[in-house]
Write a protein that binds this ligand. Structure first.
Ligand code: SAH
Length: 565
């Protein structure tokens, strides 16, 4: 939606960047296009002055809960202003995204975002009740009593929000239907699973109505339903699909054999004959474990037989462990997803120097458990134990957390009683490769020269194999004060199969303030110039130095192998 040629161009850039997600509005008048966009879209970007937008929108505003989020972009695409619906309408997040595409600066004026205290509606859970009032209390540092009916791994909350805070403001975490009073907001954890069974052609209203009745009868809130579940054979049943859509939750299905193995209080013969399981609703609801709150009940349509059944289960609380790679050092090589996971956590576990690197990104109130070098096993155990206690934990590592880092010891500890989320990071070999040129253009391998946990014979065997296979090799942990003969030894093993002129890249502190990168050769490399902050990448027999850059040909026919020599 725009009024000038510059606005039209910028709108075109957004539409090109987000195919399938955007719709452009241009009509007889700006007023009319804006009115249509406002009525039809979840979020609106106006390439218009804020003043004009405010005047045009004023008569159309209904309320915070239903109005779309609105972002304004100025004529020169310098600013993306979250004008309306910052949290609920998603305008704050949209302003950030629009700013990224257009190279503009996001402007967010909502108090909670500006002061970095979480708005209650940014915690990743639906929230109802006196959201504005309780958010204000949280922000103003007033005591807010945290009442948790339902355990759920929440992100960090600031210290004034606590179980023993006197109130009067109250933040409840609950899946129960509650009469909400002023000063109380309720976070709705996705703690309920509703199992449904349906005869062929069961009407949507019958399925949906039954689910709502079952929830209401047990004093439960529909906002806490995480999923509708049923048997595979009903995956396409229109009434079930429609009920899931009206609840705003996904429909998940299980194989009949899986359901037949679940013990249920109310099995029956009819589904056993038709589907091969004595229970659909109860078995599907209980398949993931948990407590049966509403045993199987049937719909009660007037004048004919019931066509739907349903059962409700409260899922067991599962802690959440995010294993997060921070990248090689520079903030802009930390992925947005990693940032999101750091803000999703209530507990952060990591090496002290990595914690320092991202401390400013944490939500106020995040519990930080840091330790020094070498305490890996202990860190892994701590992170898993915290997650087992039902908390949201982020375990961090530099580069990629799965490469010579914390992911393996942590996952060796973890059982299937916690949820694990991995976030990839830019590992040192890649950060170094980008500085050196294109050394990893063909098959390559990483080898750690640390013999702390691996016997030297094993390392040596792998280096020999890489030498014989003509793989590009990146050495991690190449050399430390007490460990200085391994790198020359490893280079000598490679030199038995590669010429002395083979390019070697030495990168120290990639993407950190004192970064250095140089290309030398197998014959000329001085091992004394290498330390633990360094990776060393040795080319294969085709790798060349071109214009000071290390280039390994891809070896396809269009790129003559001769050119690689
Ligand atoms: N998980 C990390 C690796 C940990 S092992 C990753 O994926 O990058 C530690 C070794 O990684 C160091 O001894 C060094 O060889 C290498 N390393 C890590 N960060 C580096 C950086 N920014 N520059 C150069 N080497 C780095």
């Amino acid at each position: 939606m725009w009024a000038t040629a510059a606005g039209e161009r910028a709108a075109g850039r957004l539409a090109a960047a987000w195919p399938g997600r955007t719709r452009t509005y241009e009509g007889a008048s700006v007023r009319e296009s804006l009115a249509s966009a406002f009525a039809q879209c979840e979020r609106v970007v106006c390439f218009l002055a804020t003043g004009a937008t405010v005047r045009l929108l004023a008569p159309l505003l209904v309320d915070k809960a239903s109005d779309p989020g609105v972002v304004c972009v100025d004529e020169a695409s310098r600013f993306a202003v979250a004008l309306l619906g910052g949290h609920g309408g998603g305008a704050n997040a949209l302003a950030e995204e629009v700013a990224e595409v257009l190279g503009a600066r996001p402007v967010v004026t909502t108090a909670t975002d500006a002061r970095d205290v979480p708005g209650l509606d940014t915690l990743g859970l639906p929230v109802e009740g006196d959201v504005a009032g309780v958010s204000r209390a949280v922000l103003d540092g007033e005591p807010v009593r945290l009442a948790r009916d339902t355990g759920w791994p929440l992100p960090a909350l600031p210290p004034n929000v606590a179980a023993d805070a006197p109130g009067p403001a109250v933040l409840r975490v609950s899946d129960r239907a509650l009469a909400l009073s002023e000063g109380t907001a309720v976070l709705r954890p996705p703690s309920l699973v509703v199992g449904v069974g349906a005869s062929k052609g069961a009407p949507a209203e019958e399925v949906y109505g039954l689910v709502l009745d079952a929830l209401a009868g047990a004093g439960l809130s529909a906002a806490s339903v995480a999923a509708l579940v049923t048997v595979d054979a009903k995956a396409g049943e229109p009434g079930v699909l429609a009920a899931a859509e009206r609840l705003g939750v996904p429909l998940r299905t299980y194989a009949a054999e899986e359901l037949a193995a679940v013990r249920v209080p109310n099995p029956s013969d009819a589904p056993l004959v038709a589907l091969g399981t004595p229970s659909v609703a109860e078995a599907a609801a209980l398949a993931g474990g948990g407590e049966l709150l509403v045993p199987k009940r049937k719909s009660a349509p007037e004048g004919r037989a019931a066509m739907a059944t349903c059962a409700v289960v409260r899922r067991p609380v599962r802690g959440r462990l995010a294993v997060v790679g921070l990248g090689p050092g520079a903030r802009d090589l930390l992925t947005p997803r990693a940032k999101g996971e750091l803000r999703r956590a209530a507990v952060l576990v990591g090496l002290d120097q990595y914690v320092d690197q991202i401390h400013d990104l944490l939500r106020p109130g995040t519990v930080v458990i840091e330790s020094g070098l070498g305490a890996e096993e202990e860190r892994a155990r701590t992170a898993v134990a915290e997650a087992r206690a039902g908390r949201a934990v982020a375990l961090i590592g530099s580069g990629d957390a799965g490469v010579y880092a914390m992911a393996s010891p942590a996952l060796a500890e973890a059982g299937d009683d916690i949820d694990v989320v991995g976030v990839p990071g830019v590992t040192a070999a890649l950060a170094a490769g980008a500085l050196l040129g294109a050394p990893l253009g063909h098959d390559h391998v990483s080898i750690s020269l640390s013999d702390l946990h691996t016997p030297w014979e094993v390392i040596e065997r792998r280096v020999r194999a890489a030498a014989e296979a003509d793989l590009v090799v990146t050495f991690y942990n190449p050399r430390s004060r007490g460990r200085d003969w391994q790198l020359p030894k490893a280079l000598a093993l490679l030199a038995a199969h590669r010429r002395g002129s083979t390019p070697v890249g030495v990168v120290r502190n990639a993407s950190r303030p004192d970064e250095s990168a140089r290309v030398t050769s197998l014959a000329a490399l001085d091992p004394a110039s290498v330390d633990m902050m360094t990776v060393v990448t040795v080319g294969n027999t085709a790798t060349r130095e071109i214009a000071g850059r290390m280039v390994t040909p891809r070896g396809y026919r269009w790129q003559s192998t001769e050119a690689g020599r």
